[in-house]
Structures are given as structure tokens and as C-alpha cells.
Design a protein around this ligand. Structure first.
Ligand code: 13P
Length: 255
């Protein structure tokens, strides 16, 4: 069985003081070793957050990275730098990066490879727009997003990776995919990868993201191919995030 994972993506929110208070509450409440907890603050706060985590049950992740290893890339942050400041995870291909910063699937695949090369666990974000879902194109869009990474990095790279299905129409909108919609797309993703390697696909953790709240988390996380959540807005409220983590943990298996 797969361990559940709950990751908080803070996006471009917070301040030193606000983050410190949030982290303090999360660290004090998240003690379970059965379920993985990750928080992803903005780059500028990563190291300070890592110090506060003190090597406990909560892991550190970044929201993005540069596809290049080093050099003349003003304003960018490399995989090695993320590792150096204590990150274990990094989001790649978040829909906001794809939509607002022009990241296409080949670039996302290179970022996935860069993360992997330094021992970070990439959290590959996938998802369709509302018009694409309504046109019945969810599988072709999400399938192509996965295929780009498999082509460049190989199926073996998914042995150390996490996938997050985040339908764009559900992000920050309050409109959540139904548990059945999430399950259906998660099963499709797993099946697509199983064609390459059944064992790796069976062990892969696939998170759902998009308006997850304490009130709906359990109903989504209980679905057989949903292995936890990638949480945006609700991860900025300690009580809400802790309740979402507890929902995942209540369904968790040891090991
Ligand atoms: P919300 O939970 O705010 O919908 O955001 C989801 C998300 O984008 C997490 O990466």
C-alpha cells in the first residue's frame, strides 16, 4: 500500500512572521510518521523554514526550480541550491507556472530531470482547463503532460516522484472535482504509467489538488487512486491544514 501525503503550497503568500507562526503550529500538530507532510513556502523563506522544522516529521519543498544546473540565469534557483537549503521535494509544472509563465511540457520535463539529478523528489503537476474538460479532452491533455516527462526522463524516474492532478478549473475557485471525477482521472494517470511499468505505477503516489478543504478532504482521499492532496489556500490556515492532514492520516497505512 502507498503512504498518503499532504503537501501545502503556499504560493506567493506570507511574511517571515506569519510563516513562523504557521510552521510552529504545524510542527507541533503533525507528529504522525505514517503520512508524509510537506510544506512549500516561497524560495526566500525556505532556509528559515527548514531551521524551524528541525528535522521533524514535516518535510520541506520548493514551488519551482530552474531546469539548468548552474550558470548565468539571473533570478533562477537550481536544484542543487534547493537541496543545499534543506528541500526534499519540489513542485514542477504547476498550472500557474504553465499558464502565467509560459512553461510548456518539454520545459517541465527538463525541470523534473533537474530535480531528480540532485535527489529531490519532483511533484509533477498535471491538469486540464475547464474548456478542455468540457470538450472531453481531459485524458489527452493530461496524458500528453505525462508523456513528455516519460519521454525525457524514463519511467524509472517515477520510482522517486509524486504526481499531483490539479484540474485548473478547481484551483482557488472553491469548485472541487467530485471524488468520482478525481478517481477517474487518477486511475487514468496510473494506467497510462502502468503501460510502461506496472510496479512503478502501482507504487506511485498521485495527489489531488484544487479547493481541498477540511470539509471535503476525507471524501476525496478515500478514493482508491487518490494518495493525498496538494493544498493551496487551505494550507495557509493552520487549523484547516492540520485537519486535512488528519483526514489523510486517518486513512493511512503504516510502512
Ligand atoms: P487551492 O487549494 O487554493 O485550490 O490550490 C490548489 C493548488 O494549486 C495547490 O498547488
Amino acid at each position: 500500500m502507498r503512504r498518503k501525503i499532504v503537501a501545502g503550497n503556499w504560493k506567493m503568500h506570507g511574511s517571515r512572521a506569519e510563516n513562523a507562526a504557521l510552521v510552529e503550529t504545524i510542527v507541533a500538530s503533525v507528529t504522525s510518521e505514517r503520512t508524509t507532510c510537506v510544506i512549500c513556502p516561497p524560495f526566500i523563506y525556505l532556509h528559515e523554514t527548514w531551521r524551524q522544522l528541525r528535522g521533524g516529521a514535516v518535510a520541506l519543498g520548493a514551488q519551482d526550480l530552474c531546469a539548468e544546473a548552474l550558470g548565468a540565469h539571473t533570478g533562477e534557483v537550481s536544484a542543487a541550491m534547493l537541496k543545499d537549503v534543506g528541500c526534499e521535494y519540489v513542485l514542477v509544472g504547476h498550472s500557474e507556472r504553465r499558464a502565467l509563465y509560459g512553461e510548456d511540457s518539454p520545459l517541465v520535463a527538463r525541470k523534473f530531470a533537474a530535480a531528480h539529478s540532485k535527489g529531490l523528489t519532483p511533484v509533477l503537476c498535471l491538469g486540464e482547463q475547464l474548456a478542455e474538460r468540457e470538450a472531453g479532452r481531459t485524458h489527452s491533455i493530461v496524458g500528453a503532460q505525462i508523456d513528455a516527462v516519460v519521454q525525457l526522463c524514463g519511467i524509472q524516474s517515477f520510482a522517486q516522484a509524486v504526481v499531483a492532478y490539479e484540474p485548473v478549473w478547481a484551483i482557488g475557485t472553491g469548485r472541487t472535482a467530485t471524488p468520482d471525477q478525481a478517481q477517474e482521472t487518477h486511475a487514468f494517470i496510473r494506467q497510462r504509467l502502468a503501460c510502461e511499468d506496472a510496479k512503478i505505477a502501482a507504487g506511485l503516489r498521485i495527489l489531488y489538488g484544487g479547493s481541498v478543504k477540511a470539509g471535503n478532504a476525507r471524501d476525496i482521499f478515500v478514493m482508491p487512486d487518490v494518495d493525498g492532496g496538494l493544498i493551496g489556500g487551505a494550507s495557509l490556515k493552520a487549523d484547516e491544514f492540520i485537519a486535512i492532514f488528519a483526514a489523510a492520516d486517518s486513512l493511512a497505512v503504516s510502512g
